[in-house]
Structures are given as C-alpha cells and as structure tokens.
Design a protein around this ligand. Structure first.
Ligand SMILES: *[C@@H]1O[C@H](CO)[C@@H](O)[C@H](O)[C@H]1NC(C)=O
Ligand SMILES: *[C@@H]1O[C@H](CO)[C@@H](O)[C@H](O)[C@H]1NC(C)=O
Ligand SMILES: *[C@@H]1O[C@H](CO)[C@@H](O)[C@H](O)[C@H]1NC(C)=O
Length: 229
C-alpha cells in the first residue's frame, strides 16, 4: 500500500517533463546495450576456457574471472581489446600453448572479434559447419599446425573480411570449397600439408596463390598445379 502511494507522484513528475524522460530512456538503452556487449565477451572467454584442455595451465593461471574491474579480460594472456578499459575483444592469440580439444563454439559470443590465432596447438575434430556465422567479422584466421580434420567448411566464404586464412599442417580432407574464391580480400592463403584432393578454388583476377599454398596434398589439381583430368 505504502509503495503504490509513493509511486504515483514520481510517475506524474516524469510524465510532466517530456525531455528528461526521453533522455533517461536513451541513457538506459545505451547502458543496456553496452553492458550486454561486455557480458557476452566475458561469457565468450569463459566458454573458451571451459571447452579447451590446458595441460600446461596457461589459461587457468592467467584467465581469472574473479576480478571484474572494467577491462579486466584485456589483461588476459593472448587477449587484445578494442580499448584497454572496455571488455570488448579485438584479437585472440593463443598459439603454441599445447591446448587440446575442439574448435570452441563459444567464440560466437566474441561478437567484435577480428583476429583468431590458435596455431601450433593440439586441437582436433572438425570445424563447425557454421564457422562463417561464428566468426562473421574475422580478418585473420590462423588454425595452422593442429590436428583439425574433416572438410573445410564452405561457410568460410561468408567471412568476407578475411585477409589471412592459414589452415596448413592439419588433417583436412575432401575438396577445398570452390566458394573460397569469393573471398576478394584474401592476401595470404595456405592449405599445405593436409589430405585434400580435387580442383583448387578458381581465384581469378586480383588474387592468385602459388603452388606452395597447396603443397603436401596428394590429390589437388588445377590452378598453379597440374591440370585436373
Ligand atoms: C582488480 O584489477 C584491478 C586492475 O587490474 C586492480 O587494480 C585491482 O587491485 C584488482 N582487485 C583485486 C581485488 O584483485
Ligand atoms: C553466449 O552467451 C550467452 C549468455 O551471455 C549464453 O547463454 C550462450 O549459451 C552463449 N553462446 C555460446 C555459443 O556459448
Ligand atoms: C552464407 O550466409 C548465408 C546467410 O546466413 C547463408 O544462407 C549461406 O548458406 C551461407 N553460405 C555458405 C556457403 O554457407
């Protein structure tokens, strides 16, 4: 009873002054969307830590989620943020740490991620088919020197900002998706030393890659390699 009695004048006061009301709404909206972005990047890193085996303890030592000062994740090993005081992840660089497990799906919650380097670990299993949605804004993807297997997902062709795609020294098999030729910004590309076969993508015009990009696969043909039968 007392509470409802108190609320009425407050509501009236707010309704009476239109502009401050709108201003407060905008502030609330901004605050909400801001803290949502931050929350999701924190949950992204929590999920990566939970999904990877870390026998040498690099992540368990450095990735401490107990101190939630703004920007705390920006001091984690391998994490670069857009701004040092804002929990918004720009790049993740976790190469040569002996990490095991599968490609971390939780990366989809790092929604502003532009660079991912997981090279030189012991990661295995297939890449998610929807990796193009998980890493929508990625410009550099280095998954080289792991034990990833299965097909190279065609959805990578939806990562239209990709400049660097390094998939060499894994166990990928099957054909290279022809759709990768749609990646017009690609400057560095390697699938060397896998188990790939069939025709290489028909990169035409502005980009072309030499035989070294394809070396060490028994069954590839076309492009800079021998013509396909
Ligand atoms: C939390 O982190 C901030 C910034 O790194 C540091 O200044 C502060 O002392 C830390 N607080 C605790 C309780 O560890
Ligand atoms: C993304 O984060 C939300 C909570 O912020 C969580 O419910 C969801 O499971 C996460 N997605 C993945 C793929 O981890
Ligand atoms: C690219 O994304 C669109 C829209 O999400 C989807 O319909 C399409 O299947 C994707 N392409 C590939 C090759 O996965």
């Amino acid at each position: 009873m007392k509470q409802s009695h108190l609320r009425k004048p407050t509501a009236k006061a707010l309704a009476g002054s239109g502009k401050p009301h709108i201003f407060i709404c905008c502030l609330l909206l901004l605050t909400c969307s801001f803290s949502f972005g931050v929350e999701s990047d924190i949950s992204c890193l929590k999920s990566i830590k939970a999904s990877l085996e870390d026998p040498s303890g690099y992540l368990s030592l450095s990735w401490d989620f107990s101190n939630t000062t703004e920007g705390f994740i920006c001091k984690f090993l391998g994490i670069e943020c857009w701004h040092p005081n804002e929990n918004k992840v720009l790049n993740i660089k976790l190469s040569d740490l002996g990490l095991k497990g599968q490609f971390p799906r939780g990366l989809s919650n790092c929604s502003s991620l532009t660079g991912l380097d997981l090279s030189g670990n012991k990661l295995s299993g297939p890449l998610p088919e929807d990796i193009g949605r998980i890493l929508a804004f990625i410009t550099t993807l280095d998954l080289s020197s792991n034990s990833f297997s299965g097909k190279i997902p065609p959805s990578l062709s939806n990562c239209t900002y990709l400049n660097v795609l390094k998939l060499e020294n894994n166990e990928f098999s099957g054909e290279i998706p022809q759709q990768l030729a749609q990646l017009k910004r690609l400057k560095t590309f390697s699938v060397a030393n896998n188990r790939l076969s069939g025709p290489v993508p028909n990169f035409d015009g502005s980009v072309s890659f030499g035989p070294e990009s394809y070396a060490g696969n028994s069954g590839l043909c076309g492009g800079p390699l021998k013509p396909c039968q």
